[in-house]
Design a protein around this ligand. Sequence first.
Ligand code: TYD
Length: 141
Amino acid sequence: MLKEQCPILQFADLGDERGKLVVIEGGSSIPFDIRRVFYIYGSDDTVVRGCHANRESEFVLINVAGESKVRIKDGAEEIVVELNKPMMGVYLPRMIWKEMYDFSPDSVLLVLASTHYDSEEYIRDFEVYLSEINAGGSRKE
Ligand code: TYD
């Protein structure tokens, strides 16, 4: 089940009268050690980003400001997760297809990754993704 493979993560909100503070610790609040952080902003509701799967990387996606959606596929099932709170994220394991879209103008989508960037581990063709999944894939739990 995709919802079980890609759980929604809730982070502790340590806010007080001075404002909000959300803490994310690699290996505890998220199930991997963080090797890379990037963020996407300046996208809007006309673009679709992502459209790839990763043979090695695991990710957590968090909209630290604004909102976006991520469509998640595994070749059999499809779900949409709405990212609209700074204290929630979605975990994406290896070999999951993702498409991010419907960005609000103020969207800042923070991505935590388990690996350093390597373009070779990206699958950017959905047919190739399906064939790798159907061949037993390199899906590692
Ligand atoms: P891309 O994977 O197309 O972004 P998205 O998944 O949001 O659609 O990445 C855009 C460009 O940035 C592409 O040339 C690869 C480069 N890039 C890096 O160099 N390092 C990274 O960690 C990431 C995520 C992308």
